[in-house]
Structures are given as structure tokens and as C-alpha cells.
Design a protein around this ligand. Structure first.
Ligand code: NAD
Ligand code: MG
Length: 385
């Protein structure tokens, strides 16, 4: 029997990998909603190919183009934040949350409220909302499956085990394109250099996060919420080959790891098929060809982001949402050529240092905290050109 699926952020890197898997098993899936930010042309092509019920662009200015491109198809076209939430609220057996940034929070929460399975790539939503999201998952009986490769690996390593027996969870990090750069070289890193990730092909924002190691910082917070073992049991290790996607150590001394190619279709397939397994076209891992797997301790002097994120999760309350919002603004400013690479994490630290609003108790609270932190980050950004 076909299962229904919605892809929020269908035109992105995760969206494309997801739809590539759906495309290979067309009889298994019925597509409900596909969404994008403003790329009406690509979204309409996908909506037609997959006979989606509805296509939504977040940017209202893109609606006429979307309507034109879908004319005669019978596919509904809509635009704006409310339409995005409404499309997610139609519910589906599986909703792939693949919008980048806190912009994905409200539609992801709408899908959670329908109680289906959420395949979560959009880590910023969970980082910002934290307990507000996990409480909604529990309240509505939804199933939250991590797509982020590290968290998907941990999720797999936890299957059949009691989380009470976990001694440590170790997130692996590639270290990004600048892992061997000196502090001086980092000052001059350009956007083009930052988005060239050595192992993964990803959207621009997460590529920059990978380069600053803020991606690992956000993933640390994500892991804190997904796997309740306590912050002191969470670790990060640099593993340049990105073959071991993460590890769980148990109290008897056993460490379970998940390995795989650096292809997001593997963790996406794991979430789409769970608790079953589905075929993927990914090149199998050839460990003999790879030869060596290496590991090292992260250097938090050159890359302070993991420390800043750990501090934010320990501070709790609004801190992770503020950190995430400031980082989003700083990454955008860096990509626009407005600030130096090393100012990105500094900006997040500066916004956090300005004091924290009260802990969020609702989605509206999180959205307000996010908006305020963005405004503060923009202010900090201005004088330095
Ligand atoms: P991307 O930039 O390639 O795609 C983002 C998608 O979100 C696009 O469809 C875009 O149209 C949409 N979008 C952007 N801004 C929006 C807005 N304001 N409102 C509504 N829609 C908007 O990003 P990506 O690399 O696919 O990453 C998506 C999410 O998955 C991120 O949270 C990222 O951290 C996470 N993730 C990505 C990878 C990866 O390999 N790409 C791996 C792990 C986790
Ligand atoms: Mg990851």
C-alpha cells in the first residue's frame, strides 16, 4: 500500500535526495505537499513529476510564477508562511522536514501536531524549539526520526538497547574544509572556500556551519534533545573520512558505530523505511579502498563553536534559540561578503552575552525569541564592514 509523504524544502539538497529515493519506488509513495522558498520553476516541475496535491512557495512574490507553471495540472498552488503551515498540517504518513533554518519550525510543528512520522533534517528547528518540540511530539503521538547522518547513526546504534546503559554518545565531525587551516588563514577564508566541503555536497548554510564547526555545535544540541543521556555523556570527535557517522558506547565497554558512504540518501532511506530497510543506489562502502580511518580531538581554540553550543545547552532556556538565530544571520552576512569568517561564531557569542529572554513555553515564544535575536545580530553586524 502506498504511503503518503510531504517534503518541506523539496528543492534543496535533502529534498532532492529524498525525492530521488521516492522516484525509484513510485508505487510505494503518494506525494501530498512539496514546498520551496522562492524557486517556483523547480518546485512546479517536481510537483508535476510526483503528482503532488499541493505546491507551496514561502515567498508570496513567487506565487504568480508557480500558478503559471502549474496551469492545467490540477495541482493546487499556494504561497506564504500560513500556506506553508497549512500544507504541513494536511498531514502525511511521513513528513520530511528539510527547510533550512528556523524558517522550518512552524511547518514542522504543524506536521508534528498531525501525529505522523517526521523525518527531521531541519536541525535548526529542534535546536531553537527544544523541549517545546519534543513535548509536542509526545503530546501528539508523533514519531521523530533523525535524518541528520550523525543522529540517524546514533538512532540505529540505540535500537534494541536500553538508553539507561549508555556510557557515552560520540558525534563524529569531518572538521570541514578548514580543519587544517591556521587561525590566520581562517581570518581570510572566503565564502567560495567555505562552501566547498571535502566529503558532503550540501546547501550553502550547512556548508558554512560545517566550516565553522557550528554544524557540530547545533548537532550537539540536537543530540541532547533526541537522546536524553545528559550533556556530560555527549562527545564530539573529528573524523576526516566521514565513514563512521557516530557511535554509542555502552556500560559494558561495547561501542556500536554506524558506517556508510557520505551520501545523505542512506540516512534518509533509513528514516523513510524505518523499521524496515529499503534499497538505495548508493555506492557501497569500500573499506579496503579507504584504507585508514582516523580520529582526533576537536581544536576548540580555532573552532570555538562546539564550546559555545555546549555552553548554550547547559544554560538552557532561550540560549539555543538565540545562538541559532544569531548564527543564521551571521552566516548570511558572511555569504554576502559582509563579515569575516571568524566573525560568525563571535557574533553568536556576542548576542548570547547580551542576556537571555525567558525560556520559551510555546511555539509563539520560540518564534519571538528567534526574531529578537536576529534583530540583535543584525545590529551587531552593521558597524563592521
Ligand atoms: P538547501 O539550502 O539545499 O535547501 C533548503 C530548502 O529549504 C530549499 O527547498 C529552500 O527552497 C527551502 N527554504 C529556504 N529558506 C526557506 C524559507 N525561509 N522558508 C521556506 N523554505 C525555505 O539546504 P539543505 O542542505 O537541503 O539543508 C536542509 C536542512 O537539512 C538544514 O536544516 C540542514 O542543516 C539539514 N541537513 C542537511 C544535510 C545535507 O547534506 N544537505 C545534512 C544534514 C542535515
Ligand atoms: Mg550532520
Amino acid at each position: 500500500m502506498a504511503r503518503t509523504i510531504s517534503v518541506l524544502g523539496a528543492t534543496g539538497s535533502i529534498g532532492a535526495s529524498t525525492l530521488d529515493l521516492v522516484r525509484r519506488e513510485p508505487c510505494q509513495w503518494q506525494v501530498v505537499a512539496l514546498t520551496a522558498n522562492g524557486n517556483a520553476h523547480d518546485l512546479a516541475a517536481l510537483a508535476r513529476e510526483f503528482s503532488a496535491h499541493v505546491a507551496v512557495v514561502a515567498d508570496e512574490a513567487a506565487l504568480p510564477a508557480l500558478r503559471d507553471a502549474l496551469a492545467g495540472s490540477g495541482i493546487e498552488a499556494a504561497a506564504g508562511q500560513a500556506a506553508l503551515v497549512e500544507a504541513a498540517a494536511r498531514g502525511a504518513d511521513v513528513t520530511v522536514a528539510a527547510i533550512v533554518g528556523c524558517a522550518g519550525l512552524a511547518p514542522t510543528m504543524a506536521a508534528i501536531e498531525k501525529g505522523g512520522t517526521i523525518a527531521l533534517a531541519n536541525k535548526e528547528a529542534l535546536v531553537s524549539a527544544g523541549d517545546v518540540m519534543t513535548a509536542a511530539v509526545a503530546r501528539h503521538g508523533a514519531t521523530l526520526l533523525p535524518v541528520d547522518s550523525e543522529h540517524n547513526a546514533i538512532f540505529q546504534c540505540l535500537q534494541g538497547n536500553d538508553i539507561a546503559h549508555v556510557r557515552a554518545i560520540t558525534l563524529t565531525a569531518s572538521g570541514g574544509p578548514f580543519r587544517d587551516w591556521t587561525a590566520e588563514q581562517l581570518q581570510r577564508a572566503t565564502p567560495a572556500e567555505a562552501v566547498k566541503h571535502p566529503n558532503w555536497s550540501m546547501g550553502a548554510k550547512i556548508s558554512v556551519d560545517s566550516a565553522t564547526m557550528m554544524n557540530k555545535g547545533l548537532e550537539f544540541i540536537e543530540a541532547f534533545h533526541l537522546f536524553p543521556v545528559g550533556v556530560e555523556r555527549l562527545r564530539v570527535i573529528v573524523h576526516p573520512q566521514s565513514v563512521v557517522h557516530s557511535m554509542v558506547e555502552y556500560r559494558d565497554g561495547s561501542t556500536l558505530a554506524q558506517l556508510g558512504p557520505s551520501d545523505m540518501r542512506v540516512p534518509i532511506a533509513s528514516a523513510l523505511a524505518w523499521p524496515q530497510r529499503m534499497h538505495t543506489p548508493c555506492t557501497p562502502l569500500d573499506l579496503a579502498a579507504i584504507g585508514q580511518l582516523t580520529f582526533r580531538t576537536p581544536d576548540e581554540l580555532r573552532f570555538p563553536a562546539t564550546r559555545v553550543a555546549r555552553d548554550a545547552v547547559v544554560a538552557g532556556g532561550a540560549a539555543p534559540a538565540v545562538l541559532n538565530a544569531a548564527n543564521e544571520i551571521a552566516v548570511a552576512a558572511f555569504l554576502a561578503g559582509q563579515i569575516a569568517f571568524t566573525r560568525i561564531v563571535q557574533c553568536a557569542q556576542d548576542v548570547l552575552a547580551r542576556g537571555l529572554p525567558p525560556a520559551p513555553a510555546s511555539l509563539q515564544d520560540v518564534i519571538a525569541i528567534d526574531a529578537e535575536a536576529r534583530a540583535r545580530a543584525r545590529e551587531l553586524m552593521e558597524p563592521v564592514r
